[in-house]
Design a protein around this ligand. Sequence first.
Ligand code: ADP
Ligand code: MG
Length: 473
Amino acid sequence: MPDLNQESWLRVKERLRAEVGDDVYSSWFARMELEAIEDGTVRLSVPTRFLKSWIQSHYAERVLACWQAESEKITRVELIVRSAVLRSAVANKPKELEPVIAGRFLSNNGNGRPFIAGDSTGHEALGGSPLDARLTFETFVVGRSNTLAQAAAKQVAAAKRSDPVMFNPLYIHAGVGLGKTHLLQAITWAGNAVGERKLLYLTAEKFMYGFVSALRTQTALAFKETLRGIGVLVIDDLQFLQGKSTQAEFCHTLNALIDAGRQVVIASDRPPSDLESLDDRVRSRLAGGLVVEMGPLGEELRFEILKARVMAARAHHPSFDVPLPVLGYIAKTITHNGRDLEGALNRLLAHNKLTGHAVTLEMAEREVRDLIRPQEPKRVKIEDIQRVVARQYNVSRSDLLSSRRTANVVRPRQVAMYLAKTLTLRSLPEIGRRFGGRDHTTVLHAVRKIEGLVGNDMALAEEIEILKRQLQE
Ligand code: ADP
Ligand code: MG
């Protein structure tokens, strides 16, 4: 190929890099090569089918435009997958072409060549996060707050490959310690016990690590192949998924799996609409299946969980006996989450084992005192704020989101934005987005405005207090 073409290609690559940024460029284009230019068609190659389909669906026009800026004669860009022979030549690429992810150089195998691993590494990287043998459906206690989530989880675990997928993805959200991980691992245990489909449980961190390392070792294809073998992908703590390219990959994986009729199960500490860093398309895809919230554990449920835990503990410690009034006391006072309940019982068990003293109410009061925390404020959602404010001021929710600027809408809208800022952890840009795509400065203005008014306007201050109470009870 004439050197002229290679020079053009260098310029095109620089153009592309400038447009998409270093991070994206390194993730997707670093291993793209020019094969030929013929009759207005540029032929480029990439090492894997996966990269090809990704670039084709996301960047085809960009790449063409960059070529057209180089030469008007170019009318088409064709992407091909390099053959294995060509691929070994890629392994000898100079250092600067090694993938860089999130601005960080990834290691290589020491001799300046990117390390190319076989399939097994991909599998290892995706081998799933460890499962806790205690987190099964048998030990999961069902109560009012988790009935629907548990039923959906059981259904997913029991489904046969030939069954139509009922809800996809199944998205479970709840605060800390309310049983998300327990339920997700229960699905994985139960589904794998059926043995018909392979269920893979991954924390979001493991997913990131799996993908990043798959990129590093140039086994995006192996990664993809691995995913193909998965019947059900279970991802825990989705809120921790970070980094633009990881999220792009997550989106791609999600779409690929769902379109292929594979089940996806996700847990997160917030609803899809509140996953601020994900883009709208992913959010709506996530919301498109079944979204179930697990509420706080009620006292009755806490009591049942404790009872079940004591039973389980007695298998190993037959002399461990916790009188029912003690369980009642713990269930009543430790209101936060399953983790604190477990912690409380562990203290009683430790005390009982180490001192030989029987568990009594007095002892329990003493031992668990510091686990009793003041009531945590309820999670308030922006939708709830909009609903409650709209009702209070007798406007519609869509009025609040609209661009109307009449006084009867402007004030309630400002109040709602103010409440969103003070009662949730959402950022100003996020609040703006949720109020009909407004700018963050508009939100800031509203917050300042209301803050200024409540100092002088008793009636408004009281109105806001009432709204706050309604939202938090
Ligand atoms: P999350 O992942 O939502 O933060 P976990 O699933 O880790 O919460 O639960 C925290 C603890 O509470 C675990 O020990 C779990 O077994 C227990 N737990 C929570 N909900 C239940 C339940 N419904 N039945 C039995 N144990 C539960
Ligand atoms: Mg968890």
